[in-house]
Design a protein. Structure first.
Length: 392
């Protein structure tokens, strides 16, 4: 009797365990199905056709017209975060781009994996015009080699930054199917981390087809946000100050036989003009030891290494997306002994505010479209109130 009872209890526990596992599996499956069902996911394929723009005379030998292929996984935002509503519910996702680059024996093939955000510029019923910004990692199979591939002055490394700017029209045929067409610019560059680095610029025309395999979750509604942030209507006007420093790296083995560390200090002052935008001005100082080699090569004597410090003043614009900022500066040098790059410069920076007061940043410095260096750094930000209280 006791043996039967023990067996019965064991059997009951085994059945209970199996039922529990089954219910847990169904729950996980249901949650996965719900997430998949409510993800607003879209898959898309694009066919591109374009050419390599020869921004330097040495690039003329790569003249060719060729196709490229793109596969994208993206999601329609629905207001989960406040910035999504501010930007009219953009598309976000990741895209993979492949091109044979005209089957050039010197360039090889290119691959790029790029996260992106597609901002709607105009929406009306089933038609949308948008601007897509994609930034990620590119891989080129045949970089410069002074013995085996000396003709490729465009790219000096396998891995590069990949940037894609796209303006497109999207027309929804039905709930599941959308056709697209647009024009884009694909750019590859290593930011002078390794020379040579003329960069590759590829203008492209494209057509595409997008498929939405799942219906949206009908319980997902637009979020409600107050027209102003708490206490925003009664605060003083403010100035925002961003102060930071960056360190860059330039691999110039192919030119000078050595590498250089670049130092860059900056300050940006911003006025907020909308929920999306800030404008202002900036001041920066850069110290690039490779300029000593350039001056030496040109026969210009340098009696003080600090004479190559280049102060600059610039106009600044910041596009704000929650904790992320995209900052664009265009400026003019105020001094510096080495002047081969000319008096003007541009900076493009990605800034992430990981706390109220501190941020991390990545910056690309450019002279009229030619990358000078990439810098990584940290900074401190603070606000200063001014003027009288205002009603917004």
């Amino acid at each position: 009797m006791n043996i039967a009872l023990i067996y019965s209890n064991h059997h009951i526990r085994l059945v209970s365990l199996m039922v529990g596992l089954l219910l847990s599996s169904l729950t996980v499956a249901a949650q996965f199905e719900h997430k998949l069902f409510s993800s607003n996911m879209i898959v898309e394929g694009k066919l591109h056709y374009g050419f390599i723009y020869a921004q330097h005379l040495e690039m003329e030998l790569f003249n060719a017209h060729f196709p490229s292929f793109e596969f994208t996984i993206q999601q329609i935002t629905y207001g989960k975060h406040k910035w999504e509503r501010d930007y009219n519910y953009p598309l976000i996702g990741v895209t993979f781009l492949y091109s044979a680059l005209g089957n050039s024996p010197s360039l090889g093939q290119s691959y790029a994996l790029m996260p992106f955000i597609n901002f709607p510029l105009f929406k009306k019923k089933d038609l949308m015009f948008g601007f897509r910004l994609a930034l990620g990692l590119g891989y080129l199979t045949k970089p410069f080699d002074r013995i085996n591939n000396y003709k490729n002055l465009a790219i000096g490394s396998h891995f590069n930054a990949a940037v894609n700017l796209l303006i497109e029209a999207r027309y929804r045929i039905n709930y599941f199917l959308t056709v697209t067409s647009g024009i884009s610019l694909q750019h590859f560059s290593n930011g002078s981390l390794k020379l040579p680095n003329y960069g590759l610029n590829v203008p492209l025309l494209n057509v595409g087809v997008a498929l939405r395999p799942f219906k949206a979750n009908q319980n997902i509604d637009d979020r409600f946000y107050a027209p102003t942030d708490p206490y925003e209507a009664i605060i003083y006007k403010t100035l925002e100050f961003n102060i930071g420093g960056l360190v860059g790296y330039k691999n110039m083995q192919a030119v000078f036989g050595q590498n250089f560390i670049v130092f860059h200090l900056f300050e940006n002052t911003f006025f907020r003009i909308s929920k999306k935008s800030k404008v202002g001005f900036g001041l920066d100082f850069s110290y690039d030891p490779s300029q000593l080699k350039i001056l030496e090569q040109n026969g210009t004597p340098v009696h003080n290494n600090l004479s190559i410090i280049r102060p600059g003043i610039n106009g600044a614009y910041q596009l704000v997306m929650s904790k992320v900022g995209f900052i664009f500066n265009m400026g003019c040098y105020l001094g510096g002994k080495e002047k081969s790059n000319g008096p003007l410069y541009e900076k493009f920076a990605f800034q992430y505010n990981f706390s109220k007061d501190f941020f991390a940043t990545i910056m690309l410095k450019v002279h009229w479209g030619r990358a000078d260096y990439i810098g990584w750094g940290l900074g401190y930000k603070f606000d200063v109130k001014y003027g009288k209280k205002t009603i917004r």
